[in-house]
Design a protein around this ligand. Structure first.
Ligand code: CA
Length: 380
């Protein structure tokens, strides 16, 4: 079996209303999907996190290294591409591109053997995961504590065990938003906060101290990802667990996170940090260091499916026992017209739980009509 074609799909959809996190407004969602074909008729799908118009040409440029290779050789292909580009791309676009390719190759591998990817990773420890709701972004108009409280209460009604609130809008603003959300969800529902690295250590510590009475499950990306010293300062100062890692890449990037104990919870994105091959290694390192692994997930159904396949094999956070703490799935609840439309069968939650697909490969089928509907036409 040989790789016969590599295609990229840049997709974009406008939103019915814009929303904001601490650093920018969104008025559209994009996706970059990777399609790899083999000479025996199998097709694998992957997805790259990051700017779609930039990851697509990187994947296109890597295609010449993939044609005629055996798609089962995921490790060989990963190591070859990484080594060829080591001098130029240990993080960022190169690794995001490699991630989408790696996921597509694992999809092919599973389809070739007729088993889900988790079988090839050693077998599932679970067949469903609990999801938490990512949402609670800012909107145009309205009073944030009011509309955030209403939105959060809706997630509790939907059955989610936890919700994640965007912070990083200024300490007073964050405090009023977090108090309103905690009030709305009650004491039993988990509440996480995510600053998307809008603060420095001083501001993050001040916010964290003032939020410690609200029973915050984790404080995500309080400070910029490249400043591990700031992470350690925040972690040492607060009783709230500190999370991050969606902007980190490969096991080599995570090495310093682990060895210097910069985080309590790592959140690699499988579509960015190096794909299934690399995230399995990062997960093994996390378990070795006793650091929790809860993936960052912000993509389409392909990214969700790839994350679920790996999550099936993750060890429990706390040691095996009668009621261990399990890894949790990030389930983005914001508007994303492409997310489920590209799947023939949507990957949705039922009372906050998501079943891990058990079909071959990633366990999903792609709706090509949706690709055409959202495709960004290449300029003539
Ligand atoms: Ca985040």
């Amino acid at each position: 079996m040989k790789i016969s074609a590599v295609r990229t799909h840049i997709l974009e959809a406008s939103l019915s209303q814009p929303f904001a996190y601490s650093r920018a407004w969104y008025s559209s969602r994009t996706a970059m999907l990777v399609e790899i074909e083999t000479d025996d008729g199998l097709t694998g799908w992957g997805e790259c996190y990051g700017p779609a118009r930039m990851t697509a040409p990187v994947v296109d440029a890597m295609a010449r290294w993939l044609i005629d290779q055996n798609p089962l050789h995921t490790e060989k292909i990963w190591q070859q591409i990484y080594a060829d580009l080591r001098d130029h791309g240990q993080k960022g676009l190169i690794i995001e591109a490699l991630s989408g390719i790696d996921i597509a190759l694992w999809d092919i591998k599973g389809k070739h053997f007729g088993v889900p990817v988790y079988d090839l990773l050693g077998g599932p420890l679970r067949n469903s995961v609990r999801a938490y709701a990512t949402g609670l972004y800012r909107r145009e108009g309205g009073n944030p504590p009011d509309y955030l409280a209403e939105e959060a209460a809706g997630y509790v009604r939907d059955g989610f065990h936890a919700v994640k609130l965007k912070v990083g809008f200024g300490i007073a603003d964050d405090l009023s938003a977090a108090r309103a959300v905690r009030e709305a969800i009650g004491p039993q529902t988990g509440l996480m906060i995510d600053a998307n690295h809008a603060y420095d250590a001083v501001a993050a510590i001040e916010l964290g101290r003032r939020l410690e009475t609200l029973d915050i499950s984790w404080f995500e990306e309080p400070v910029p990802p490249e400043d591990l010293d700031a992470y350690r300062r925040v972690k040492a100062a607060l009783s709230i667990p500190i999370a991050g890692g969606e902007c980190e890449f490969t096991r080599l990037g995570f090495r310093d996170v682990f060895t210097t104990r910069a985080l309590d919870i790592v959140q690699p994105d499988i579509c960015a940090a190096g794909g299934i091959s690399e995230c399995k290694k990062i997960a093994d390192m996390a378990a070795t260091f006793g650091i929790r692994y809860n993936p960052h997930v912000w993509g389409t159904g392909i990214g969700i499916a790839a994350s679920l396949q790996l999550m099936a094999t993750l060890p429990t956070h706390t040691p095996t026992s009668l009621s261990p703490l399990e890894p949790v799935l990030e389930l983005d609840q914001t508007e994303h017209p492409i997310r489920q439309a590209i799947l023939k069968t949507p990957l949705t939650h039922l009372s906050g739980a998501v079943k891990i697909p058990d079909g071959p490969g990633l366990g999903i089928e792609i709706n090509r009509d949706a690709l055409d509907a959202f495709r960004v036409r290449k300029a003539a």
